[in-house]
Design a binder for this molecule. Structure first.
Ligand code: ATP
Ligand code: MG
Length: 143
């Protein structure tokens, strides 16, 4: 339960997934800034799927661990995999004009990030990210 999956193949699918994920995040109690961080991450990961793997899925799951609540987003495809993923994620080097790349941004926007990918191709890519609801947000009931 508490899992929703979106198929991602074109820009329209991304627009739909973005608004659904925003609504799930809002109803869980994430503030607008965190909703924006989550939705931005969904966009970056989904764009990569379309750009490099043609299609894939996004699965959104509500996590409850003791008194903590969080949102886990898993973005999966069966494309060629990410070459040199370790170097990419460790690279402090910034892209053109000091801009960070999509995956680097996602790592900064979310609390946890885990990438499983086949660097030799064909087995695809699975990126899991988690955003935890701040306890103070739950206590004072802000939404
Ligand atoms: N789902 C994926 N399947 C295969 N390769 C991927 C996937 N996602 C990312 N990559 C590879 O990792 C690289 C880095 O991705 P990242 O999103 O960080 O930057 P980018 O897509 O190149 O640029 P942008 O900043 O516009 O997102 C990509 O150039 C691509 O080679
Ligand atoms: Mg990208």
């Amino acid at each position: 339960m508490d899992k929703t999956t979106f198929h991602i193949k074109d820009e329209e699918n991304i627009v739909h997934a973005r608004s659904e994920v925003r609504e799930i995040a809002r109803s869980l109690g994430f503030d607008e800034l965190d909703q924006a961080r989550i939705v931005q991450s969904v966009s970056e990961l989904a764009r990569n799927v379309i750009q490099y793997a043609k299609e894939g899925t996004i699965t959104v799951e509500v996590l409850t661990v003791e008194d903590r609540k969080g949102l886990k987003i898993k973005v999966e495809d069966f494309g060629p995999g990410i070459p040199n993923v370790k170097e990419l994620m460790m690279e402090a080097k910034r892209k053109h004009n000091g801009e960070t790349s999509g995956l680097q941004q996602v790592r900064m926007l979310m609390d946890d990030m885990n990438i499983k990918t086949s660097e030799t191709g064909e087995a695809g890519t699975c990126v899991e990210v988690i955003k935890w609801l701040k306890t103070s947000t739950m206590l004072n009931g802000k939404s």
